[in-house]
Design a protein around this ligand. Structure first.
Ligand code: UD1
Length: 309
């Protein structure tokens, strides 16, 4: 079934058909740059959907929820690794929608302690399903590192721009905690187990990361090794809003969820390349994508075009 969480009726229809024990809420817009130019679109879509969903869940007495939050709520952390009790600070509308959603959930649980909620703060999800059948397919310009690297490898983009080579890190490029999407998926099943077995869980929060930091150049080298393709690089200044180094503290998830990431960056790149070579144009054909790209370029305001071209 397909529906729109911004339409209460769509959600009600599904709840009439089935009785749910719990819901995993993944839906939302996630492009940081777009959220800066279209904040209302982000606030409306990402917040209305959550409010509608929780209202319908409550009416149907389904009060177990797992929510996809993001490490973006840590903003520019003063030190690493980030533990779940770090101060929260966001720097763009996308991040603010994640934080407001977390706050909504904390408030709902406070008002009605029957709610049991797990907030999962994802670090940098990459990789694909090992079958090569399911992978990330950005609708527009890929802003995140690995979708861009993938498009260079299949010849859709000529060169990867590395943002910043003067960070105080081992090779001058930014450090992130990349996590395989299969590890993320297993984190959700562990979160559900936790909800069902912990009556007093309240509104709990867990990082989903590996606890290991990888630089941009290390990630590119791992992809080159996995794919056998060259990834030409050019260097540009730091991307506004980027931080030097972010990676997760994983102890809480290990101890309380019994979960830890199994896969390393070689596995992530192997699986992502498997998806990329089988689906160089994602879920759509080359021609369909060309038509979409032309429409996107025409409809975008000028301020966004430096991302789009
Ligand atoms: C970004 C968002 C974050 C969001 C996450 C979703 C920003 C500032 N942050 O995180 O809020 O939750 O995506 O996955 O946009 N890089 C390049 N060249 C590129 C793209 C990226 O060098 O073409 C570098 C970046 O400077 C950074 C690293 O690669 O050091 C990772 O970037 P990215 O994949 O965009 O993730 P984040 O910035 O961590």
């Amino acid at each position: 079934m397909q529906g729109d969480l911004c339409k209460v009726d769509d959600i009600q229809k599904v709840f009439k058909l089935y009785r749910f024990e719990a819901v995993i809420h993944f839906a939302g817009l996630k492009a940081v740059g777009e959220s800066v130019s279209k904040p209302l679109r982000y606030y409306s879509n990402n917040l209305v959907s959550t409010i509608n969903l929780m209202e319908v869940m409550s009416k149907n007495n389904c009060k177990n929820l797992v929510f996809s939050s993001s490490a973006t709520v840590y903003g520019q952390p003063e030190s690493v690794p980030c533990t779940e009790d770090y101060p929260l600070h966001v720097t763009n509308p996308y991040g603010r929608t994640k934080l407001i959603n977390e706050d909504i959930m904390r408030d709902v649980h406070h008002a009605d302690p029957e709610w049991k909620i797990v907030l999962l703060r994802y670090f940098n999800p990459v990789g694909s399903h090992p079958s090569g059948e399911i992978g990330e397919d950005p609708m527009d310009y890929p802003n995140n590192l690995m979708p861009f690297v993938q498009q260079v490898a299949v010849g859709r983009k000529e060169v990867l721009t590395v943002f910043g080579q003067d960070y105080p890190t081992r090779d001058g490029t930014g450090i992130r905690d990349y996590i395989h999407v299969m590890d993320l998926a297993s984190g959700h099943t562990k979160a559900l187990d936790k909800l069902f077995t912990t009556p007093d869980i309240g509104c709990a929060v867990y990082n989903l990361g590996t606890g290991k930091g990888t630089t941009v150049l290390e990630m590119v080298a791992a992809f080159v090794k996995a794919s056998g393709k060259e990834i030409p690089l050019k260097y540009a200044g730091r991307r506004p809003g980027d931080c030097r180094e972010v990676y997760a503290a994983t102890e809480k998830a290990e101890k309380e969820l019994g979960w830890r990431a199994k896969f390393g960056i070689a596995d992530m790149c192997r699986d992502q390349w498997n998806w990329a070579k089988k689906n160089p144009y994602g879920y759509r054909g080359h021609q369909e994508l060309e038509v979409h790209a032309q429409k996107f370029i025409k409809s975008e305001p000028l301020s966004n075009r430096h991302w789009a071209l």
